[in-house]
Design a protein around this ligand. Structure first.
Ligand code: SAM
Length: 216
């Protein structure tokens, strides 16, 4: 266990040195939500390597550097309500829940029931009460709990799903990888009368499959 703690600290220091972890909030979340609790047992030794890892059904837990970039762009604050599309392992959902605190909430939608089950089991290990994993097509958002302060999509999107824009609060932030199946640009959108969109480099994610995503 101590070994994992050291490896996590080493990863966090490297991400800080690279300028990817910038804020105390993201640093603390990385330290408090250990990634080895979110990877399959047989890959536990690779948990603190800065790379995506398979989690079953052809899906992945994202690479730590990518998660750090997205979390910094999200500008999360305590008490906020967040929607994630693509729960995967549940790691990013728990990192966000740690930052928004017990007065905030994170709803994370996952399309594949087996993966949602894996995510729930991982969330339970930490006993987090403000993370809710929901099975469904996240391209439709989750209207039951709208509006959201922040929305993050963790799968490659051919366009910005309209339901997500509709469910985002005015002044809210949406982060998503926009592009085709093989190459995407990380997009940050700030909702305003005229949305402000900025680009934050290239990335590669598994596809977002659903009504407002890829068809298969
Ligand atoms: N955030 C995750 C984590 O912390 O491990 C990593 C997400 S993984 C890169 C992308 C996930 O998006 C996959 O588990 C995939 O099944 C899911 N996905 C793809 N299309 C989806 C959709 N329309 N709705 C919900 N989840 C979707």
């Amino acid at each position: 266990m101590e070994d994992f703690f050291e490896r996590n600290k080493c990863l966090v220091e490297a991400l800080k040195k690279e300028g990817l972890i910038k804020s105390r909030a993201v640093e603390q979340a990385f330290l408090n939500i250990p990634r080895h609790l979110f990877v399959p047992e047989e890959l536990i030794d690779e948990a603190y390597v800065d790379s995506p890892l398979p989690i079953g059904s052809g899906q992945t837990i994202s690479a730590p550097h990518m998660v750090a970039i997205m979390l910094e762009l999200l500008e999360l604050k305590r008490g906020q309500k967040v929607l994630e599309v693509g729960a995967g392992s549940g790691w990013n959902a728990c990192l966000m829940a740690e930052i928004v605190g017990s007065s905030g909430k994170v709803y994370s939608i996952e399309r594949i029931p087996e993966i949602a089950h894996f995510a729930r089991k991982n969330v339970e290990k930490l006993g987090m009460k403000n993370v809710f994993i929901v099975v469904g097509d996240g391209t439709l958002g989750y209207p039951e709990e709208m509006p959201y302060d922040r929305i993050i999509v963790t799968a490659a999107s051919p366009k910005i799903p309209k339901p997500l824009l509709d469910q985002l609060k005015g002044g809210g932030i949406l982060i998503l990888p926009l592009g085709d199946r093989y190459c995407q640009k990380l997009i940050k959108l700030k909702k305003d009368r005229k949305p402000k969109i900025s680009e934050h480099g290239y990335c590669f994610f598994v596809p977002l499959i659903g009504k407002f995503g890829f068809t298969s």
